[in-house]
Design a protein around this ligand. Sequence first.
Ligand code: NAD
Length: 366
Amino acid sequence: MGDAMRIGVVGAGNISGAYLRTLPALSNVSVTAVADLDHSRAVATASLLSGLRALPVSELLADDDVDLVLNLTIPGAHASVALAALAAGKHVYGEKPLAASTESGRAVLSAAADAGLRVGCAPDTVLGTGTQTARSLLDAGDIGTPVAATAFMVAPGHERWHPSPEFYYQPGGGPLFDMGPYYLTALVTLLGPVRRVVGMASTPRASRVIGSGPRAGVSFDVSVSTHVTGVLEHANGALSTLVMSFDVWAGRLPRIEVYGTDGSLSVPDPNGFDGEVSIFRGSDGSWAPVAEAGGYQGAARGYGVSDLASALVAGVPHRASGELAYHVLDVMESLLAAAASGGAVEVESTCSRPAPVPLGARPDAP
Ligand SMILES: NC(=O)c1ccc[n+]([C@@H]2O[C@H](COP(=O)([O-])OP(=O)(O)OC[C@H]3O[C@@H](n4cnc5c(N)ncnc54)[C@H](O)[C@@H]3O)[C@@H](O)[C@H]2O)c1
């Protein structure tokens, strides 16, 4: 463990347990400290791993045994925590979205560039075998030239299960900013960056009611669009149709499909790491499941952090990058701007597609 990247977790809420289950099994990272505005949460989380220290946030940021801050705070705090970590000389990897606005996302990327530090961002689900197998087929030309795609996520709303759901309905939340990063990161991984968007959005309910935990029954205001639809024009000319909603009880449309000149691909939900990919070849005239052909096998939340640690040592770009997350944030903001204006909006940023993950690769063994 001598050369492992030492990780300080900031934000010991719901999702922190998923990372703490994965990271100890990855040999190139070591979780050394945890902090939260609510110190009792940091203490409870620290008790889950031997040797893990609970520190006040300012002490964790200044700690010599922390190389990278894993930012698992709420979206509204992502940029301020990342900026504080970078100012303290730490690399950062954060939960999605990169920031609540492109303006604050730009500040994070520029502070990192000035300091020569790395910024990584969830989702790393797209590094698993689901999206990566689909990418491998696409890149091999198995469905010909990509023409279009669909991405579809509907749910009744996270307030039904999350005990503190308000942040999902504040700027930086809503179905687009909360779930959109999974679907848009998958679309950009598969089809490349987006250059133009159109969209429409609505907020059918002005308030929501907490469904679980000690504050169950409490009503709170909604300040974001909760049903968002749009069309994305990728730089390669492919058109993706997107539906993201917290206003739908249930739906049976597929999560992601990609259509090409020679066939179609069915891609599993990018909110998971694996799942079956199927292909319809025009020449065969039927759907067939596809064997895994790319991606980290057995992956879980935290693989993107390990991938970053390996890339840093190898001196190559990491895959779950700030550049990619910024482009996804820009696409989301542009989509809402298009919905507000009623016109098409050019997406200013672009990004490179991250390197594919070869089948059998491990994030901690480059
Ligand atoms: N809950 C999930 O299933 C899930 C899944 C994937 C991704 N995420 C993402 O993970 C992030 C956190 O979600 P969560 O569900 O764990 O939220 P949460 O509210 O359960 O936990 C967030 C924690 O961050 C702490 N915090 C807030 N601001 C802080 C600050 N400035 N400094 C230090 N600590 C601060 C809070 O006290 C809280 O303990 C969000 O970006 C969310 O989109 C959540």
